[in-house]
Design a protein around this ligand. Structure first.
Ligand code: URP
Ligand code: ZN
Ligand code: ZN
Length: 481
């Protein structure tokens, strides 16, 4: 007699990026080992009762426990951040290991691995943030880190303590090209933002809503165009992160039409928020929705939905950047209200990312279930070299699964699991929420959170496998652990 499986999920309506089929799913040792019917005995059986089962979400852009300049602190560390991820159906997160100017990048990676160690409830990898591309970083540290499994890095074109100039960007892109890594660009024109900010402050326009006026779409359009040109010069793929609206999208469509390998990411705030959420008067309430690029207007939301639908976007991430509104050093850096340019940028969304898109994308008829899986799980896993271990329901893949409950529910911050004291989506009526989340075979959420501190493992990323020019040996291979 053969050994019983650890777990069988019966009666699953399985949705992957390519197929929809009914099956039972057998799990042993944290991996999917069989798919089919009448699979045999199991130590534990979960009846999915015909509900949709998708691969666990891969949130390829979130900020956890990042070291900030000044006294400001992020509200979520790897414990609370991955707890919220699990309860919202996300089983892999890719936050950032950020270099500080004047410091080593490798040291930053060690520090961030320490910050995550023993805390995470779901698996995690890291993108790098390169803020100081010294010869040592370009020639030794980056190549060594890519070989160790840190295969993507974010480049900022704005924020004084992070931004690179065009020459530095070209240097970093050249390293990406030489080693097959992927650069992610935060595309906003820093000088225009500074100039606009100065004028707004001089006019006494300091409320949160002026953040959106300091970062109009043209600053994103210009930087997106420049990022594309720099990547074309070096001849390497790039991914433009957190694309907010029509003008940046037009640049990306133009680049694609030229045959350039330009990938794009968008986030819930560009589908569900508008600039009005930063305030229609001078109330500080709008600080909650201060993020960059800022949310635009309803017409731009539709343009972003089109890109979500038609394949322009490769990845749908949360860009979870958690800052509290209370007196702790978050959105009120000195414990009090500050002018818009001093409000920490970013909004929480790690737990609501999947339910929002499932409800308003799939169940509202805007996208198919397969496209939902592609955007939220399979594509991010492929883009960052984690597929098919992640982002897939297939034999050999990790048993990272979500069973969906399709029923009305209301977003309430009191029901969320992050350490932030608000959600920008408070009161929104949704149509679905994960009933159960499985991380490598362990139930981490079934309406209650099950603490698995330290269960989450660091993942070594391979090279991207979604790019037209990806090396063929990198495709469709279970990554070594
Ligand atoms: O406003 C944002 N997006 N904050 C998080 C940091 C970043 O630029 O992604
Ligand atoms: Zn950014
Ligand atoms: Zn971000």
């Amino acid at each position: 007699m053969s050994e019983p499986f650890d777990l069988v999920i019966q009666n699953a309506h399985v949705a992957t990026a390519s197929d929809i089929f009914d099956a039972d799913i057998a799990v042993t040792g944290g991996r999917i080992v069989r798919l089919g019917k009448d699979l045999g005995a199991a130590r534990r059986i979960i009846d999915a009762a015909g509900r949709v089962v998708t691969p666990g979400g891969v949130d390829a852009h979130c900020h956890l426990d990042e070291i900030m300049s000044g006294p400001v602190r992020m509200a979520d560390d790897f414990h609370t951040g991955t707890r919220a991820a699990a309860c919202g159906g996300t089983t892999t997160v890719i936050p950032f290991a950020a270099q500080q100017k004047g410091h080593s990048l490798s040291a930053a990676v060690q520090a961030y691995r320490q910050r995550a160690a023993g805390k995470a409830h779901v698996d995690y990898a890291f993108h790098l943030i390169v803020t100081d591309p010294t010869p040592a970083v370009l020639q030794q540290e980056l190549p060594a880190l890519i070989a160790e499994g840190f295969t993507s890095f974010k480049i900022y074109m704005t924020y004084d303590d992070m931004k690179l100039d065009d020459g530095q960007i070209l240097d970093v892109l050249s390293v990406a090209k030489a080693h097959g890594a992927l650069a992610m660009l935060h595309a906003e024109n820093a000088d225009c933002i500074q100039w606009l900010t100065r004028r707004l402050l001089q006019a006494g326009q300091t409320a949160p809503r002026f953040h959106a006026q300091a970062r109009p779409m043209l600053v994103e359009r210009e930087a997106t165009h420049r990022a594309i040109a720099l990547a074309e010069l070096v001849d390497t793929p790039i991914l433009i992160v957190h694309v907010s609206g029509r003008e940046a999208i037009e640049q990306i469509r133009w680049a694609r039409a030229l045959g350039l390998s330009v990938l794009a990411e968008t986030c819930p705030q560009y589908l569900f928020l508008t600039a009005d959420d930063l305030g229609i008067d001078d109330s500080y309430h709008g600080a909650r929705c201060v993020c960059s690029p800022p949310p635009r207007d309803a017409a731009n939301q539709e343009v972003v939905w089109n890109g979500v639908r038609d394949g322009l976007f490769t990845v749908f991430s949360s860009d979870h950047a958690p800052f509290r509104m209370d007196g702790t050093v978050g959105k009120r850096p000195d414990g009090c209200e500050v002018s818009f340019e001093r409000i920490p940028n970013g909004i929480p969304g790690i737990e609501t990312r999947l339910p929002l898109l499932y409800s308003e994308g799939v169940l509202a008829g805007r996208i198919t279930l397969q496209r939902f899986v592609e955007l939220t799980s399979t594509n991010p896993a492929k883009t960052y070299g984690l597929h098919p271990r992640k982002g897939s329901i297939a034999i050999g893949s990790d048993a990272d699964l979500v069973i969906w409950q399709e029923a009305p529910c209301t977003v309430r911050n009191t029901r969320l699991h992050h350490n932030v004291d608000y959600t920008p989506y408070e009161g929104m009526q949704l149509k679905a929420w994960p009933a159960l989340t499985l991380s490598r075979g362990e139930v981490v959420w079934d309406g209650a959170f099950h603490d698995h501190s330290g269960h989450g493992q660091w993942l070594r990323c391979g090279l991207p496998t979604i790019l037209p020019n990806a090396p063929s040996h990198a495709r469709n291979v279970i990554q070594p652990r």
